[in-house]
Design a binder for this molecule. Structure first.
Ligand SMILES: Nc1ncnc2c1ncn2[C@@H]1O[C@H](COP(=O)(O)OP(=O)(O)OP(=O)(O)O)[C@@H](O)[C@H]1O
Length: 358
């Protein structure tokens, strides 16, 4: 999960956005040992200190460790005093929206089932914190103690692509047009390609629409990078969810080509408006790659595309090309899938051609 943060700060009552994440440079803030209390989970609207465990005393002076050069406008004490609202429970723990008393809003992920030692945790999380790209949600800071592992990210107020696509089907829903969908696809592709560019062993491992977060101008930021390697087998992503590449049997051992498969499913989701679900589960949804390939190409326009997209007829050819790319990404054999930088260039080209047409 990586993050670009728009740290939403209120300065003199005005909301500002900070996006400049510098290459990882650790700065540590001493935290008082007498903070944090309570055991309860899943609180809505209470202080974060009511959620986390009180192990700061027994663990000595634990610190909130920051990444990057952004100004340190809060410390652990502020964070624990923040009012917390549950955003959702994910594979790796619970995410909270935390509003600090000076007006800063951040997202805090409280990790569960961390199996690695403190040393290993630090090594792995520093890799995450070092990622710096405008299409990633930046990890701003972390806290590690015996009982609590907290990650602090920029809070993305527009929420996730999943919520946008599937959350509100009612009359008040804002339709997502082609330009927005294709630029979300491009932003997400760039974020993933950046991760892959950091080395052949680096992959995201949990690409899905709830991990594509959006800025207020609908730019995509990929989140949740690097968490699978911190967790035990029980909390590895439940990838029998339609995004998992067929060759992935252990969700902790993913690959760049498995990310490409998951990204292909994400493209299908953007184009069809349907949530992917594995064919073997009984949940609502469809096995998107299988379903799309069962429809003959001549019927794609009538059968496959989200109805909301059909009003943009001058870009139909681009939609078909993106669908073809999604099918290539979801090829059964990893070697047949394109690399993420190739996927990015193709979407870039598509976006350019759509721009010329509109
Ligand atoms: N930085 C953030 N800003 C705003 N919302 C966020 C942020 N991080 C997570 N969320 C939202 O919080 C909810 C829970 O997120 P979380 O990443 O914990 O689980 P998930 O994406 O549903 O599943 P998984 O753990 O498998 O990725 C999701 O709706 C997600 O979109």
């Amino acid at each position: 999960m990586i993050l670009l943060i728009c740290l939403c700060r209120r300065k003199g009552g005005k909301k500002t956005e900070t996006r400049d994440i510098a290459p990882a440079k650790l700065a540590e803030i001493e935290i008082p040992a007498d903070k944090a209390a309570g055991e309860s989970d899943n609180r809505n609207g209470g202080a974060l200190s009511g959620v986390v465990k009180n192990d700061a005393k027994s663990s000595g002076n634990k610190k909130l460790v920051f990444f990057g050069n952004a100004p340190r406008v809060f410390d652990l004490e502020h964070l624990l005093r923040a009012s917390a609202e549950v955003l959702g429970k994910g594979t790796f723990g619970t995410a909270y929206k935390a509003t600090l008393d000076m007006g800063v809003v951040v997202a805090v992920k409280r990790l569960k089932d961390v199996v690695v030692s403190e040393k290993e945790f630090k090594e792995k999380i520093e890799v995450v914190g070092a990622m710096d790209h405008q299409n990633l949600v930046p990890l701003r800071a972390y806290y590690f103690s015996a009982d609590e592992k907290l990650l602090v990210y920029d809070y993305m107020s527009t929420g996730s692509l999943s919520a946008l696509l599937h959350g509100n089907k009612g009359a008040g829903r804002t339709p997502l047009n082609w330009d927005t969908r294709s630029s979300i696809a491009l932003g997400a592709a760039k974020g993933i390609a950046y991760l892959h560019s950091k080395g052949p062993g680096i992959s995201h491992g949990n690409i899905k629409s709830s991990n594509i977060l959006l800025t207020t101008s609908y730019e995509a930021r990929v989140s949740d990078f690097g968490l699978a390697q911190l967790s035990g087998p029980t909390s590895t992503p439940n990838r029998v969810d339609g995004y998992r590449a067929p060759e992935v049997t252990d969700a902790r051992k993913v690959s760049q080509k498995a990310d490409v498969y998951s990204f292909g499913v994400l493209l299908l989701e953007l184009l069809t408006g349907k949530a992917p679900t594995h064919a073997l589960t009984n949940e609502e949804g469809v096995d998107l790659p299988r379903w799309v390939q069962s429809v003959v190409r001549e019927e794609w326009t009538a059968e496959v595309f989200d109805l909301e997209l059909l009003r943009y007829q001058n870009v139909e050819e681009d939609m078909v090309q993106l669908l073809q790319l999604a099918i290539n990404c979801t090829a059964q054999y990893p070697d047949k899938r394109p690399a993420m930088d190739e996927v990015t260039s193709q979407i870039e080209e598509l976006c350019r051609s759509s721009d010329q047409r509109t």
